[in-house]
Unconditional design. Structure first.
Length: 431
């Protein structure tokens, strides 16, 4: 009996230790889930992109007990990663920041600028290409030579002894990379840490996309306000320099004609004919201004009629000869027609202002899946890439406006030009 009791004691002790370990693991899992929930709530509410990026990086370094973390975002073309946030694990009790993450402050630290990381370079660049998570607990792993690991060490500002790297994936596309490192004295990372980091990366990918969308919407709103103000200023200038001046001249000539009736009646008929011609020209100018503001014919008769009416004004002047050809029966939506007209109008105005062309061809072609519109000229052409680079300095946004309008109707806009070889603008509007 005594022997049996002594034999059962070690078994009970082992069972107690196993249950204790399980309980500790469950407690850690619950804590991690609660932390993730707090992080998710914070990230979903944050729309300031720079603050959000720091929140994600700081959440990562604290969630898996790392020493340093880095958050990279990929450029739209997918050629490189940009270092957007680098965070170090703060000292215990550090609460001197201005923004918080689930009750944890974000320290005020100056941001260090880093050059873009080419795709495939360093561990982060490799994860961005493969979209596969990476866990490294041995910095001497022959798969990752020192020059590869050195890229990440330079960004993180520490020499990692363990490192995890996961992709931010939104709608099936890698939008960035999240990386966490430990230094000497750390116990390394395990599969549970990697799972936590991947969960955080999934939350961060959605939050970053939302913040970017919010930023783009605000930028678009500001751009529209500026554009509307520019249109009002241009309309005021056009009215002042055109119809307003002409009407003032007509008024003076009518006063002169009244004097002619008393002093030189024989000259009155020719003067009245001149006043009549000027009044007709002024009426035409006003109609053109009204047409540019809101072409009613576009709503009542459609895109072809609106373009014909728009082009009529240019075949009587000294500018390029307009050639219009339309094969367009199955109409696209009214909104798509309105935006298509605005893009063609902008393209033709560019020809008139800059191309020094002899001819301009406008073609509408129906395709099974799209309406294709082509505007081409035989003018002097230009360097498209150079013009885009000069946008900010020039303060000219014509081509950018055309691309943005095309995006509103999911259309594709292409512009081809070379100095001395004319310009071709092609718009493909999906049905």
């Amino acid at each position: 009996m005594t022997t049996g009791m002594r034999d059962s004691a070690p078994i009970t002790r082992r069972e107690y230790e196993r249950l204790t370990r399980q309980n500790r693991a469950l407690s850690e899992q619950v804590r991690a889930l609660l932390v993730l929930q707090g992080i998710a709530n914070t990230l979903s509410a944050e729309l300031d992109l720079p603050i959000l990026l720091r929140q994600v990086a700081l959440a990562a370094v604290r969630l898996v007990a790392g020493k340093a973390s880095a958050l990279y975002l990929s450029d739209p073309r997918g050629d490189a990663l940009y270092v957007e946030a680098v965070e170090m694990a703060p000292a215990s009790g550090e609460l001197d920041g201005s923004a918080s993450l689930g009750g944890i402050s974000i320290p005020q630290t100056p941001r260090r600028e880093h050059p873009p990381i080419p795709m495939g370079k360093g561990l982060a660049g490799q994860v961005a290409l493969s979209a596969e998570p990476l866990l490294l607990n041995d910095p001497t792993d022959p798969r990752f030579p020192p020059d590869v690991l050195g890229v990440d060490a330079e960004v993180l500002g520490v020499q990692p002894t363990a490192l995890m790297c996961v992709a931010l994936i939104f709608k099936g596309r890698v939008s960035g990379v999240l990386e966490v490192a430990q230094t000497g004295g750390g116990e390394g990372f395990d599969a549970r840490d990697l799972d936590l980091l991947q969960t955080l990366a999934a939350q961060a990918a959605t939050a970053v996309a939302n913040a970017r969308l919010y930023h783009n919407l605000r930028s678009e709103r500001d751009r529209i306000i500026v554009a509307q103000e520019d249109v009002r200023k241009q309309l005021a200038r056009d009215l002042h320099d055109g119809p307003a001046q002409a009407l003032a001249t007509i008024a003076m000539r009518l006063e002169f004609a009244q004097r002619l009736t008393e002093n030189e009646p024989a000259k009155l008929p020719s003067e009245l004919r001149a006043i009549h011609e000027q009044a007709l020209r002024t009426t035409r100018d006003i109609r053109n201004l009204l047409f540019d503001l809101r072409p009613l014919v576009l709503e009542t008769e459609g895109l072809v009629a609106a373009l014909q009416r728009f082009l009529e004004r240019f075949n009587t002047g000294d500018g390029p000869r307009m050639h219009f050809e339309a094969n367009y029966e199955s109409r696209v939506s009214r909104n798509a027609e309105a935006i298509t007209f605005a893009i063609v109008q902008e393209a033709i105005n560019n020809v008139l202002k800059h191309a020094q062309a002899q001819n301009c061809w406008i073609e509408l072609r129906e395709r099974p899946q799209a309406l294709v519109v082509v505007v081409r000229d035989d003018g002097r052409g230009f360097d498209v890439n150079r013009l885009r680079e000069e946008y900010q300095r020039r303060g000219s946004w014509g081509l950018l406006n055309m691309h943005e309008r095309a995006a509103l109707i999911d259309a594709t806009l292409g512009i081809r030009s070379q100095p001395g070889q004319g310009t071709v603008v092609m718009l493909s509007v999906p049905r």
